[in-house]
Design a protein around this ligand. Structure first.
Ligand code: MN
Length: 504
């Protein structure tokens, strides 16, 4: 069965759980440095160097709540239109696994910090879907197991396992949606766009580095199917740790198709966790999961209930920056970009560098042109992001001064591309490159007229045609003049002079 057939017969319902690592200096309950604070390779490569007795769960070590992590959670809650609970409670979620030495995760259970929010998610074609947020709660991350030997990287078949507690105790906010219904064939896109929108919000708030590839944002995808228009909910599966936007959408497409095949064959869908495989673009069974796994939750006796008064919430609200959606609307209006232009800019991750370029004096269309063509090509050839180009190769200020040279008529587009090539090769500022290489537009009328007369001498018929009003005949003459001036003439100026000279 393919996806289209599956979606004609069944309605998908999905829910997303997102874990985001907060970029606080220290961990959730102790003074150990937080590897998610700056994500540097140095921090990530030395295992078990960022720990304290608390994050190692040594007997007698007592937790102290990180105030900054609470403020970040409030910011996230407000950005997701949640209510901030005046009292929330940390609980112990008990489980036995070597990535948490305490044998429990400190999390929130029945009284989370943020509840009942929503987030509007816009798809590529502008259609908007509202995703309801059930809760956003604070908890700590676990350490990281690495299974050595075996082919799958999983514990089965491994020779031995290593554990790194640097990540143990990293502050997390877990965001849980309510079931998202009525998205039909767009369910995979809505799910991916939801996580992308969240990622953009985390970045704008400055609460996380929000790098999916570093595991700062991790998504679990719950999905079930029910017969078309039945109004019921089917048995769901939970695909764990799907960590790119493409993978979220692909994993959901795969699960929709897989479940539809089972239902068509009258087979049972097992309620279970599943693993996503990037190489085969498929999921495989994990462990069975009931609705109420017995984690024996109980309130953490070593932490007081978290009280957040209105004054604190309002102080945090006052710190909230402009949200990505509002910024996008504002800049699109200022820059007069069409919806399509804006969408391309956003998808290319070019909005920040374009904004810098415009601030440095470029026109908005000029800035868009360079970042979306030559510089975008350079970025993809060199596997760099546009932000990296802007800090390592060509700055927005340099792009702005290139565009200013064009708008001042000192160079034309063709020369500008040569100058930009030189800028990307590290030759410095556009003005210097133009001086050094003698690349200015030929604006000297007498030089252009000489070149035009030479061309007329070689094509006398063209001169007659132009004189009698056939302007199209000027094409080859313009070509010859541009060649004679090594492409450094202003095309519209040349055209003007040709018409003037043909009439003589
Ligand atoms: Mn969690």
């Amino acid at each position: 069965m393919n996806f289209d057939t599956a979606i004609k017969k069944y309605d998908p319902a999905f829910g997303i759980e997102v874990h985001v690592e907060l970029a606080t200096r220290t961990k959730m309950f102790c003074s150990a440095p937080n590897p998610a604070f700056d994500n540097t390779a140095e921090n990530l490569k030395n295992p078990n160097t960022m720990t304290t007795p608390v994050s190692l769960g040594l007997p007698g070590a007592l937790p102290v709540l990180n105030r900054q992590a609470v403020e970040y959670a409030i910011m996230i809650g407000l950005a997701l239109n949640c209510s901030i609970a005046p009292v929330s409670v940390f609980s112990r979620k008990n489980y036995f696994y070597p990535d948490l030495t305490k044998n429990f995760q400190t999390s929130q259970y029945d009284l989370p910090t943020c509840i009942n929010g929503h987030l509007d998610v816009e798809l590529d074609d502008g259609e908007v879907f509202r995703v309801e947020i059930e809760r956003a709660h604070l908890e700590e991350d676990a350490g990281k197991n690495t299974h050595i030997g075996g082919s799958s990287g999983r514990i089965h078949g491994a020779d031995y396992s290593l554990v790194d507690y640097n990540r143990a105790g990293v502050p997390l906010v877990e965001i849980v949606t309510r079931p998202v219904l009525n998205t039909g064939s767009r369910a995979p896109e809505v799910a991916a766009a939801f996580v992308r929108t969240l990622r953009d919000i985390f970045k704008a708030l400055g609460v996380s580095k929000a790098q999916m590839e570093r595991g700062n944002v991790r998504a679990d995808v719950n999905l079930s199917l029910s017969p078309k228009n039945s109004g019921t909910l089917g048995t769901r599966t939970e695909t764990k740790n799907v960590n790119s936007f493409n993978a979220i959408s692909q994993a959901m497409q795969y699960e929709i198709t897989r479940q539809a095949e089972l239902l068509d064959a009258n087979k049972e869908i097992l309620q279970e966790t599943r693993h996503w495989h990037e190489d085969t673009k498929s999921t495989s069974a994990g462990r069975p999961k009931s609705d109420a796994d017995d984690y024996r939750y109980f309130p953490e006796p070593d932490l007081l209930p978290l009280k957040i008064d209105t004054a604190w919430v309002e102080r945090v609200r006052a710190l909230l920056p402009e949200m990505p959606v509002e910024r996008k609307k504002r800049l699109q209006a200022e820059y007069k970009y069409t919806d399509l232009e804006m969408r391309d800019v956003i998808n290319a991750g070019a909005l920040d560098v374009i904004e810098e370029t415009v601030k440095a004096g470029s026109s908005a269309q000029g800035a868009r042109k360079w970042w979306m063509t030559s510089l975008a090509n350079y970025a993809s050839l060199n596997a760099l992001t546009l932000d990296e180009i802007a800090t390592q190769v060509v700055t927005p200020a340099q792009v702005a001064s290139l565009q200013e040279l064009i708008e001042a008529g000192e160079i034309n587009d063709k020369i500008a591309r040569t100058v930009l090539d030189a800028m990307m090769a590290g030759e410095g500022d556009p003005k210097e490159i133009v001086e050094k290489r003698g690349l200015k537009v030929v604006n000297d009328d007498s030089a252009l007229i000489t070149a035009i007369e030479d061309a007329f001498a070689r094509m006398p018929k063209a001169k007659e045609d132009i004189a009698s009003g056939n302007i199209g005949a000027a094409g080859p003459i313009i070509g010859m003049v541009m060649k004679a001036t090594s492409g450094q003439a202003d095309g519209s100026k040349v055209r003007e002079l040709i018409i003037q000279e043909a009439a003589k």
